[in-house]
Design a protein around this ligand. Structure first.
Ligand SMILES: *Cc1c(COP(=O)(O)O)cnc(C)c1O
Length: 374
């Protein structure tokens, strides 16, 4: 059996090696390393795939979030509501910009931000909501967009984990994750569903004015060469990464399908087990399984992880600590408002999930989990 990895980027690369190698060598040959034609072509191709008017490439997913917030003219102390159960980058950028993060609970079944908790957290200083499409499934955008409209708030989708997912609104409209709100962001970190071979990120919007602003901010606040209208940043997707992404984007749907097939295998193996809850698939969003995350109900999650490690099966705890309890983002809170987050911290375990898992590996993993869980 092939060695089991949390993410197997090497086997995936071997399948498209010729294509990628040639594309990278062509960039070297052209010497157009920064803002070359590969970047522009990738931008256009991603705009078509996502059916969004503007894609603004940038250096990574954290920058994408920061730049999105910078473009919205927020004032120091303005409040941004986001989930307590997410990767720290989401809240980090809020603090970097001297805005105030207001962390709220998530739904127990989908791990995404709780709309009830959002409603309770809104104050006159609230300016935006950042839903995170965590683990590969969209937050309840129908409701979030409604709340935002009623309260005149921006919505910034953190789509680093769900690129390629489809969201279906009650009226039947289908949109790609990251394109439903004021602005969406993503990361092309190698292990994401659409990953490059280094760092990369992008921002999406359908708003022309905002797109113009974002393009200036990523480029030193420059709207005309050497005229700096505002303080910006330097955040670029380099041409080599764009060339890699152009070769991978046509495979994104089949990559997500492969992840879904592995998730189906896991679901079936654990179905009905009294101490294992499989991840819920929401009715309004497709699931692209950036992570496959179980909830272990018998209190033996850590022992399970140890058991799997002994069997050379990697398994990860995403996430072990609530953001509101992190030293950097500590927020006075009433634990009663965070029952789902706090329960999840003690129950979640993510199993290997990538595009290259085969049935032999999946069987070995599920057998091991079931051997431990009884
Ligand atoms: C990966 C990730 C980011 C940050 O992306 P980087 O490219 O690593 O900066 C932000 N938010 C979420 C939810 C992520 O998973």
């Amino acid at each position: 059996m092939k060695k089991i990895q949390m993410v197997d980027l090497q086997s995936q690369y071997y399948k498209i090696k010729n294509d990628v190698d040639n594309a990278v060598l062509n960039v070297m040959d052209s010497a157009a390393f920064i803002n070359g034609p590969e970047v522009k072509s990738f931008q256009n191709e991603l705009e078509s795939y996502l059916e969004v008017k503007h894609v603004i490439p940038c250096a990574n997913g954290t920058d994408a979030l920061q730049i999105a917030l910078m473009a919205l003219d927020l004032q120091e102390g303005d409040e941004i509501i986001t989930a307590d159960f997410t990767f720290a980058a989401t809240v980090e950028v809020i603090h970097l910009l001297k805005l105030k993060s207001v962390l709220v609970d998530v739904d127990y079944d989908t791990f995404t931000i709780s709309t009830e908790a959002i409603k309770k957290a809104i104050t006159p200083r609230t300016k935006a909501i950042i839903p995170v499409h965590i683990f590969g499934q969209c937050a309840n955008m129908e409701e979030i967009l409604k709340i935002a409209e009623e309260n005149n708030l921006y919505v910034i989708e953190d789509n680093a984990q769900a690129i390629g997912a489809d969201y279906t609104f009650a009226d039947g409209t289908v949109k790609k994750s990251g394109t439903m709100s004021t602005v969406g962001t993503t990361s092309f970190f190698p292990s994401k569903n659409l990953g490059c071979y280094g760092d990369g990120g992008a921002i999406f919007t359908n708003n022309d004015e905002l797109a113009h602003r974002l393009r200036g901010i990523v480029n030193h606040g420059m709207y005309e060469r050497y005229y700096h209208d505002e303080v910006g940043v330097n955040s670029r997707l380099d041409s080599i990464q764009a060339a890699v992404l152009r070769k991978k984007l046509p495979h994104l749907d089949s990559y997500n399908e492969a992840r879904r097939k592995s998730a189906d295998f896991y679901d079936e193996a654990f179905a009905g087990h009294e101490h294992i809850l499989t991840p819920k698939r929401a009715e309004d969003s497709s699931h692209v399984f950036h992570q496959y995350t179980l909830r272990i109900l018998n209190g033996k999650r850590n022992e399970l992880q140890k058991f799997l490690t002994e069997k050379e099966i990697p398994a990860m705890i995403y996430y072990p600590v609530a953001l509101r309890k992190q030293k950097a983002y500590y927020q006075e809170s009433n634990d009663a408002d965070f029952v789902n987050t706090d329960k999840l911290l003690g129950q979640v375990i993510s199993l290997p999930m990538h595009t290259e898992l085969d049935d032999e590996q999946l069987k070995y993993i599920t057998d091991a989990v079931l051997e431990f869980m009884g």
